[in-house]
Design a protein around this ligand. Structure first.
Ligand code: GLU
Length: 460
């Protein structure tokens, strides 16, 4: 059975790249009727926070990326990690190293002089026939892996293809610090093995850890999983995506009014493809997903495409689904459902997010203050005011439905021999304070007779 995991470190916000990793792990497991687990890598006590854990859980549940089984908290496996380290020591796959900070600094400088990569020189590495230095008193050792000295570590990366690294390039990695705490690479391997993870799908930033981890797997006698390293997501400037490029955390996208369907769909397509298809539900993604279709080159984050997808999913929703997603502040101020429904129908084509909808709805539902001079100069004159007054009388004599208002407008421009925008634009400016809106006839009907008359008289 295929088993994958998402293993975030709760040290900050849940990055959009992290969530893409989660989506790929989720989709791959579901595609093969396998299991998708969540492991919180909280061993960095100083930097891990409950708040960050909550954000991870919130983001995943918002995106419907439901994990199987219980959440694994890595820090709780501390004793198990130490048990494995003890076994490695016992079987001669690891050793105690008493080199001091100064010794290590000296080794670093020696390597630098020789122009080679800094590396532990093996002083404390036991070898047959070698006499180790006397153990210094009062020093707690670190524990190092006895990394093979020659040969290569080779794996078939599911995204990058075959990767081979010389053991000579790898250090005798520290598995346990002198304070007794296990190190990151050891903990990841033990947890993945204990959880029965078959496929490790994670960011490219971990690719250097993989040969080290494979050597730990071998030393422990654990089955080695398949690895798939995902390329980074870049901003439009080609640099690694970060806060600098705007919103980067998943919860921020929710606050900005994006729908989970759109975020999932967008991130799934960021680095993975299925022909030319662009629109996928999470279920469809799980059906179609394959590691082979992940690109090995970096992807570029394109907010316009996310907006386009969000608009696509927004339009598919009915108003009942939308109204529960509006911000409480908005819902408190505007509660006339009939009007909101009318606005949604009228505006949904031009809304890229729920916040766009709120901004538009607010514009319709509140009379404009401080209309810009530019708009007044462009559209308002004695002639246009006179036309608006005439139209007002005509509208008021009608039943005030959008059909009647539109019929009146059409007839009016015909008799006056003017173009439609010559009345539509001044109406928009006076009623909404903008020269951009959907059908002005429908807007007037939505406002209703009283509101229309008030706004018009006030502005005139
Ligand atoms: N905790 C690591 C991170 O957040 C992931 C480790 C892994 O996937 O192996 O980057």
């Amino acid at each position: 059975m295929i088993k994958t995991r998402f293993a975030p470190s709760p040290t900050g916000y849940l990055h959009i790249g992290g969530i893409r990793t989660a989506i790929f792990n989720y989709a791959f497991a579901k595609k093969h009727n396998g299991k998708f687990f969540l492991r919180i890598e909280d061993t960095d006590i100083e930097r891990s926070t409950q708040e960050a854990v909550d954000k991870i859980l919130e983001g995943m549940s918002w995106l419907n990326l439901n994990h199987d089984g219980d959440i694994v908290y890595q820090a709780k496996n501390f004793n198990r990690h130490k048990e494995i380290i003890a076994q490695l020591l016992q079987h001669g796959h690891a050793y105690e190293c008493y080199s001091s900070k100064e010794d290590l600094e000296q080794m670093r400088q020696d390597c630098e002089k020789k122009g080679i990569k800094p590396k532990y020189d093996g002083t404390w590495r036991p070898e047959e026939g070698k006499t180790l230095p006397p153990v210094p008193e009062g020093v707690t050792p670190v524990i190092r892996l006895k990394n093979p000295l020659d040969g290569n570590v080779t794996w078939e990366d599911q995204v990058k293809g075959q990767i081979s690294v010389c053991n000579e390039e790898l250090d005798d990695l520290i598995l346990q610090r002198s304070d007794g705490s296990p190190t990151y690479n050891l903990s990841v391997v033990v947890d993945d093995a204990d959880m029965g993870i078959t496929h490790v799908i994670r960011g490219n930033d971990h690719i250097n850890n993989t040969p080290r981890q494979i050597n730990i797997y071998k030393a422990c006698g654990f089955d080695i999983p398949s690895f798939a390293h995902l390329s980074m997501i870049h901003g439009e400037d080609g640099q690694k995506l970060s806060k600098r490029h705007g919103a980067a955390s998943v919860t921020e996208y929710r606050e900005l009014g994006y729908l989970p369907e759109a975020v999932n769909n967008y991130l799934a397509r960021l680095g993975w493809s299925h022909g030319d298809a662009e629109i996928f539900s999470l279920d469809e993604l799980c059906e179609l997903f394959s590691l082979k279709s992940i690109t090995s080159s970096p992807s570029q984050f394109d907010i316009k495409k996310l907006q386009w997808l969000n608009n696509h999913y927004l339009k598919q929703k009915n108003f009942e689904e939308i109204e529960v997603l509006l911000t409480p502040q908005f819902a408190k101020r505007f509660s006339d459902r009939k009007q909101l429904l009318g606005i949604f129908d009228l505006y949904k084509d031009r809304c890229n997010s729920l916040r766009d909808f709120e901004v538009n709805a607010e514009m319709v539902l509140t009379k404009p203050e401080n209309i810009s001079h530019e708009l007044i100069e462009k559209y308002i004159s004695d002639i246009s005011i006179n036309r608006l007054q005439n139209l007002r009388d005509l509208f008021n004599a009608s039943d005030f439905t959008s059909e009647s208002i539109e019929t009146i407008l059409k007839a009016y421009v015909k008799t006056e021999q003017i173009k439609f925008p010559e009345v539509a634009m001044p109406l928009r400016v006076v009623l909404l304070g903008t020269d951009q809106s959907p059908s002005v006839g429908q807007i007037i009907a939505l406002l209703g007779k009283d509101d229309f008359n008030n706004r018009l008289s006030e502005q005139i």
